[in-house]
Design a protein around this ligand. Structure first.
Ligand SMILES: Cc1cc2nc3c(=O)[nH]c(=O)nc-3n(C[C@H](O)[C@H](O)[C@H](O)COP(=O)(O)OP(=O)(O)OC[C@H]3O[C@@H](n4cnc5c(N)ncnc54)[C@H](O)[C@@H]3O)c2cc1C
Length: 459
């Protein structure tokens, strides 16, 4: 492999950044402050022409390619050591066709860009719950957020995409052009080319939605989780929610004696009629004696930013993994309580994502994403501040994963992938019957493995 530092820009319009440039350290930083990788060269692209030129340069120099959308993947796949980074961060334009209810987002757009532009027309596409996340990585890995039970995952609403493939060819994927490629982009994890533009379906949402945000004391944790399980059995598809097992944040709305103490929180968003929302969310709001109830009717754009302050970029350290749960029986609840009590950081969370609804009505082979039959996804978020605590926090998250395996399908949500250390075994379990079809697509679109990452099925 050559790691020759380029002496002249190989991009027609964008900017080439190497370790000799002053901007190199900020250009290689991603959201997770733990990631400290040194790419060979960063190609900051402004359009598809730049992307094609960057890939051509990588091929001539035999450099592996990383692709950076929003830079949020916890494992740092966007800026791999020694790679050429196709950095799409300048490409954040969004166009809304309100009449057709279609939204087009450039390959480096973040969720907040699309939410703001779509809501100006009363529309929204299902994305994640944190406004700084990249549309690209989120969609290619699935995309779960507050509208998942009403309208499905982000990848289910992807109707077309423009790509530059490993060979430099520009292709479009849609139901009529390269439909097999579109199938693979819907949750297949990427590695099929650099997506320069995504086109999504959008739906009338808001401007206001109903938020339930209720904190329960630790003494009621088991009952609160049982209540959540019972409510979920007949919950409306207009609601998407989590039960979060964690430690209370030190905020004014929570009595000081509970700060950093273990709690269970219900967080739910109802995107339908506000009068129905009150009734649909009542079992979450009427249960027990909460420490705090911060429920509100508020704008969809604000709800999309609800957790933004909890996840500062570059400074905190993060290791996130996941398992799909086959249920939430009393033994699983007790195990989660014990694991929360053993957690070394008050920033960490065990997020029980309610699935079902429109998300679950998509067949396992309709998109590359795979099986959707699990009623819950457990997101295991280890979040901490000091490098000295890396080992303890990563060990805790891995212990959670291991302890919860017996309540799980064995599959993992690949947008919360740890460091992809469970390798091909997990990719096979997660993609299930879609694995071989995805592997064939990888071979067809990236035969030499230019996009070489642990996140992808091997080419
Ligand atoms: C704070 C936070 C909150 C999150 N919340 C949610 C959530 O609510 N729901 C959810 O589902 N997920 C969530 N995630 C996970 C998120 O979906 C993944 O981390 C995702 O990979 C982020 O996408 P990105 O474009 O920002 O990442 P990047 O790190 O930029 O990219 C990740 C990978 O995607 C591929 N890629 C990126 N851009 C392109 C492109 N244009 N063309 C081809 N391949 C590309 C590359 O392989 C790259 O390595 C969250 C993550 C964070 C950090």
């Amino acid at each position: 492999m050559s790691t020759t530092v380029p002496t002249a820009s190989f991009l027609p319009n964008g900017r080439v950044i190497t370790s000799e440039d002053t901007g190199y350290d900020s250009a290689r930083a991603v959201w997770n402050g733990m990631i400290d990788q040194r790419p060979a060269v960063i190609a900051r692209c402004t359009d598809a022409e730049d992307v094609a030129a960057a890939l051509a340069y990588a091929r001539t120099q035999s450099l592996p390619v990383s692709v950076r959308g929003g830079g949020h993947n916890v494992s740092g796949t966007a800026v791999r050591e020694g790679s050429l980074v196709v950095d799409l961060s300048p490409m954040r334009s969004v166009e809304v066709d309100a009449g057709r209810r279609r939204v087009r987002a450039a390959g480096g757009a973040i969720l907040g860009d699309v939410d703001r532009a779509s809501q100006a027309h009363g529309l929204a596409t299902p994305f994640g719950v944190y406004s700084q996340t990249g549309v690209a990585g989120l969609t290619l890995g699935g995309g779960l957020g507050w509208l998942r039970r009403a309208y499905g995952a982000s990848c289910d609403n992807l109707v077309a995409a423009d790509l530059v493939t490993a060979s430099g060819e520009r292709v479009r994927a849609s139901e009529t052009e390269n439909p097999e490629l579109l199938w693979g982009l819907r949750g297949g994890g990427g590695g099929l080319g650099v997506v320069t533009s995504f086109e999504f379906r959008a739906y009338p949402v808001g401007p206001d939605v109903t938020l339930a945000l209720v904190f329960h004391p630790w003494k009621d944790a088991a009952d609160a989780l049982r209540n959540y399980r019972e409510w979920n059995e007949s919950a409306s598809d207009d609601v998407s929610s989590f039960a979060v097992v964690w430690h209370a944040p030190a905020i004014d709305d929570i009595p000081v004696e509970y700060h950093h103490q273990p709690v269970v929180t219900y967080a739910a968003v109802h995107s339908g009629d506000p009068a129905e929302a009150r009734a649909d969310l009542a079992p979450l709001r009427d249960f027990g004696t909460p420490i705090a109830d911060l429920s509100d009717v508020t704008s969809y754009v604000e709800v999309q930013k609800l957790f933004d302050e909890d996840y500062p970029a570059h400074v905190m350290r993060y290791y996130w993994t996941s398992v799909y749960l086959t249920g939430l029986d009393d033994e699983a609840i007790d195990t989660l309580r014990e694991l929360n009590e053993a957690c070394p950081s008050h920033h960490s969370t065990l997020d029980i994502w309610q699935l079902g609804g429109a998300f679950a009505r998509v067949g396992a082979d309709e998109t590359a994403f795979g099986d959707r039959s699990a009623p819950y996804l457990l997101g295991v978020e280890a979040n901490w501040e000091d490098a000295a605590d890396d080992e303890a926090n990563i060990a805790w998250a891995r212990k959670v994963r291991q302890a919860m395996e017996r309540f799980s399908t064995g599959a993992e949500y690949l947008n919360f992938p740890g460091f992809y250390e469970s390798g091909e075994r997990t990719l096979r379990t997660t993609f299930g019957g879609n694995y071989d079809r995805l592997a064939a697509l990888r071979k067809a679109y990236d035969p030499t493995g230019l996009f070489d990452s642990a996140a992808h099925i091997p080419a």
